[in-house]
Design a protein around this ligand. Sequence first.
Ligand code: SF4
Length: 348
Amino acid sequence: MTEPGELLLSVRDLRTEFRTDAGVVKAVDGVSYDVYENEVVGIVGESGSGKSVTAMSIMGLVPDPPGRITSGQAVWKGRDLIGLDDKALRGVRGGEIAVVFQDPMSSLNPVHTVGRQIAEMVRLHRRASRKQAAERAVEMMDLVGIPQARRRARSYPHEFSGGMRQRVMIAMALSCEPDLLIADEPTTALDVTIQAQVLELLQEVKERTSSAILLITHDLGVVAGMADQVLVMYAGKAVERGSAPEVFHRSQHPYTLGLLSSLPRVDEDAGTRLRPIQGTPPSLIHLPPGCSFHPRCPFARTPAPCVTDEPPLEEAVTPGHAAACHFAEEVSAADVLAPSPSSSADTP
Ligand code: SF4
């Protein structure tokens, strides 16, 4: 684990909804977390848990309409990003906070060379001549391990493999030396070997540049290998938050336990069946009463308190480790193995 530095980003009680014909979708519902210098914060959860919308909200990338941030703060180096106008946010995006998305092909412009696209980013956020920006592009491609960077800078996105395109995206994101890199499912579209290379690259980059990383993924194996702090999200809410060793080895929420149990393990016999979490995530328009996880929870006691009272996210068992469960202490005593850092699988 890395020693954290100064507080960079403080998100408090963030709420983002989407208005649809079927009703209001509460995609993010009162989420809070901090990101410090040099730190990797992992946000984990199933698809639709609100983890990406959490990050997109602070970057001003939620389309309005249908999306709307209804409350909360995202204080970046002392300035609240929520409600900043587009011009002010553009100054932060790319230069101070950069994003690497899941699908590099749709993020890169197919009609420009990758070198030009990285150089444009440099010119947009830094005072640099065309020549300096082009040199910086080559330097960054070299940094992220693209062979023959000077020659490859003249290639177009379709001339790169998926893994190399993701390296280009990381080079572009890092070209302006951001203080925070948001990596939104950076390895999901890649095969396992390339996934491992990209994660290793992110780790190296963090060590060399001291950037903080907000790593958004559905894959607990990815987070186990990299994150210092972990936020587990379910149905738009944070259900567990703490240091990675605490969350993985002393989980206090049955959902986190379920995610851990559903991972395939190298130390189990071949043919051992996976243990998926029963049921499916709830509709974000009609959430179950009380604890939203209760229809799927093996620890649930119904009707009270699990169906009648929504559990707050609180540090009831260990300081610095919070869970939203009425029976956090009992859950933390349950015997479930944590994933090895390299294990990786889709959560159900
Ligand atoms: Fe399960 Fe009840 Fe805890 Fe919710 S509050 S996670 S239903 S035990």
